[in-house]
Design a protein around this ligand. Structure first.
Ligand code: PLP
Ligand code: TYF
Length: 394
């Protein structure tokens, strides 16, 4: 049997992580995988997470199963973090999942079960796992124009034109904030225009939100998803706690399905529990419990939000420093987009050859599509990167 298996291509981002580890140069700089790192290059456990784990350790009396959809306190906390009061709670079904990826996967399965003919429209480019999971599930994928390689902003007219080509019932996958890999995002006026097309054409939005709090702030980063959820009859939202709680390895995510009424909600809720049961039964609880402990404790929540805000502002300062360095070196505003982008990533918009040249010549590791993780920098390495970008002739 095993001989029938086909060798599968490695994930390029994860392969780069390995290549970085094996590079003996002290001066190497890791701008690859999307993990936050502080100025010392450490991915810290957040203070509130440590405190929540301590509290759980002291108070948890059992590790028996929870429910197929996970702990309701986790779902409630996350729904209010993401959606605020944009949608009536009674219309929202939710289930905990292993990471945001688990939520994405379950959402795609729900789509396929509900409408085997639905195509999923994805931004060009998008997170490679979106495409690979869709392909694995045999769901037809169509890309819509998104990143403008000239301006390094959003090609909004192209995006709207392509979405207008979708058929009623097709799904449109949107990044809630901090677009991965580009860093280019919609403003609220553009979100509204997208919502208008969704409603005009009868399309179903699926919002993937994995970086709330990394862009313009916790509330600001949720404005797009709130607008969508409150303006369309139905939508799916896949959320990750990996980045904004820094609990990557705990595998903590949530899938939400927003319906028009309580009957729709009940059907969706039973479907989400069913999908969990088919794929892994009970979802992981530890990370979810950390999150609900933080969100339900005023002091922990305040401290978490403050630490997250420091992370966000630190990345913004690095963006500005890099844009300024490049302006000094080139005497032009060509790289001003780096300060406009939001989140962990910016797509430099250069060729794989030049990315490889910077890796070989300077030990700078960015993903082959020229995505850089801004959090991989610190104030000392920004000038090194700026010089490498200019030397490579980007
Ligand atoms: N969606 C996007 C766009 C991401 O960048 C990530 C990144 O890690 C995820 C979802 C899911 O992450 P995780 O499964 O680690 O929670
Ligand atoms: O895009 C990233 O770097 C993060 C982390 O298969 C990641 O989303 C990368 C690759 C992967 C899973 C997660």
């Amino acid at each position: 049997m095993f001989e029938n298996l086909k060798a599968q291509p490695a994930d390029k981002i994860l392969a780069l992580m390995q290549q970085f580890r094996e590079d003996p140069r002290d001066s190497k700089i890791d701008l690859g995988v999307g993990v936050y790192k502080n100025a010392e290059g450490v991915t810290p456990v957040m203070r509130a997470v440590k405190a929540a784990e301590h509290k759980i350790w002291e108070t948890q009396e059992s590790k028996s199963y929870v429910g197929l959809a996970g702990d309701p306190a986790y779902a409630d906390g996350m729904i209010s973090l993401i959606l605020g009061d944009a949608v009536a709670r009674g219309n929202i079904a939710a289930a905990a999942t292993p990471g945001g990826t688990g939520a994405v996967r379950q959402a795609f399965e729900l789509i396929r079960n509900a409408n085997p003919n639905a195509r999923v429209f994805v931004s060009d480019p998008t997170w490679p796992n979106h495409i690979s999971i869709l392909k694995y599930l045999n769901i037809e994928t169509v890309s819509y124009r998104y990143f403008d390689r000239e301006t390094r902003g959003v090609n909004f007219d192209g995006m709207i034109e392509d979405l207008k080509g979708a058929n009623p019932g097709d799904v449109v996958l949107l990044h809630g904030c901090c677009h991965n890999p580009t860093g280019a995002n919609l403003n609220l006026t553009q979100w509204q225009a997208v919502v208008d097309v969704l409603n005009e054409k009868g399309l179903i939005p699926m919002v993937d939100i994995a970086y709330q709090g990394f862009g313009d702030g916790l509330e600001e980063d949720a404005q797009g998803v709130r607008l969508v959820a409150s303006s369309v009859p139905e939508c799916l939202i896949a959320a990750s706690c990996s980045k904004n709680f820094g609990i990557y390895r705990e595998r903590t995510g949530l899938l939400m399905a927003v319906a028009q009424d309580a009957d729709g909600q009940a059907l969706n809720q039973s479907t989400l529990s069913f999908l969990n049961r088919q794929n892994y039964s009970f979802p992981p609880d530890h990370g979810a419990r950390i999150v609900s402990t933080i969100l339900n404790d005023d002091a922990l929540r305040t401290d978490w939000a403050a630490e997250l805000e420091d992370v966000r502002l630190g990345m913004l300062a690095l963006r500005q420093q890099l844009a300024d360095e490049l302006q000094n070196l080139t005497g032009s505003d060509r790289f001003g987009f780096l300060a406009q982008h939001r989140g962990m990533f910016s797509l430099l918009g250069t060729s794989a050859d030049l990315v490889e040249k910077m890796r070989v010549d300077n030990g700078i590791y960015m993903v082959g599509d020229s995505r850089m993780n801004i959090a991989g920098l610190n104030t000392q390495t920004v000038p090194v990167l700026a010089k490498a970008i200019v030397d490579a002739g980007v």
